[in-house]
Design a protein around this ligand. Sequence first.
Ligand SMILES: [Zn+2]
Length: 474
Amino acid sequence: MRTRALCVCFLSLASARIALAADGKDRLLAECDKHSATVESLASDLWEKAETALQEKASSALLIDRLKAEGFAIQEGVAGLATAFVATYGQGKPVIGILVEYDALPGVGNAAVPRREVRKDGVLSGHGCGHNLFGSAAAGAAIALRHFMAKEMISGTLKVFGTPAEETLYGKVVMAQKGVFAGLDAALDWHPSLKNEVQNDGTQAMDNFEVEFTGQAAHAAMDPWNGRSALDAVEMMNFGTNLMREHVKPSARIHYVIPDGGQAPNVVPERARVWYYIRDTNREDVDRMYMWLVNIAQGAALATGTKANVRFTTGVHAYRYSRPMQEAIAVNLARVGAPAFSPEDQAFGRALQKAAGKPEVGFRTTIEALAPTVLPPEGGSTDSAEVSLITPTASFGIATAPYGVPWHSWATTASHGTSAARKAAVVAMKVLATTGYDLLTNVELRTKTRKYFEQQAAGERYVSPMQKASAKKP
Ligand SMILES: [Zn+2]
């Protein structure tokens, strides 16, 4: 009897706690609604600005001004990057980070219309990756949470990280190297997408580097024996790389362009430059490929009588998802629901799909199920991976462009300038805010998250690929 009474008592206490938590989230979602106009106007303004990597002066200023006006303390020029910032609200533990991106892509600018059409103001860059939505939703979530924390006396610290130059995989790498993400209990991330889902596809570790060869110029017909061709060295290096392809794993990706291959056919090229991206599912395999390629560059230099200068620009790890956070996001995503696109939004989506030669199925309105384990990478890398190795991190996607249209293209830029995409950003704000609330108030979730993180890290300390780069310079 006694046990039973205790049981009942315990159960009612537990359900009361759940009910209280549910009420809290309802109130938080109502708070989010008050800031949805802010998210939408920031999304429009960032889309208009469309500033590319490390040029995001007006975009970062826009976000900084908004966050400052909402009571955040601002640190500008973080990690020596003019357009990076940290905005802080509250004090003490737990410390929850929210990642913000705002850089656009060169060459994919477009008007917000379902056809290829350059903007009237002639801006040629565009938010083909939707970082205008990324930035506005993340800032909006921080603003909603900050007001909610004040109203409901929730303790802890919110840190909003303005991370520039994601498209060149640079901002977060430098910020991580300089310790900007230290001391967090967790970091929240999201990304515009073709689907509504908790991010669970692996990402690829990557190195970005250039090799510049220096030879000797000469008249290509009159005295070629006096010349040493830097272009020959580039060609030889690429040939060596393409033979190496047979001996790398099927998951590896190697791509290059030749930004400088000489000036004129009648001059033996004194200088030539090749630019590489190399990727694989883990950092170790990328490191091995990099060392092999450095040797190929040296071999090419030796064979052609030139000198090779390897310049490492940046590198990233593969993303390490926090499973407890992924599960928390899945619950919140189901609660908030996919964006409620109007018939007009869907008509726009189908028109865009038609123009892009894709099936006219409109925007996705379903939510993908979270697979029990991490799925193999679909391709691509992100600098958010660096944050995920420093603190527990998870991410999700919300449909901001109609399904199947090419990403990083004029079509996604067009979509990301519409009210349909702004609705998606509001959904993202709510999922970020509710998950942030979970992390601030749910000790059990934080403990689980920390334990999982430590298990995954297995005692390994974060080492920046930039540090490795200086150590492995030939
Ligand atoms: Zn992106």
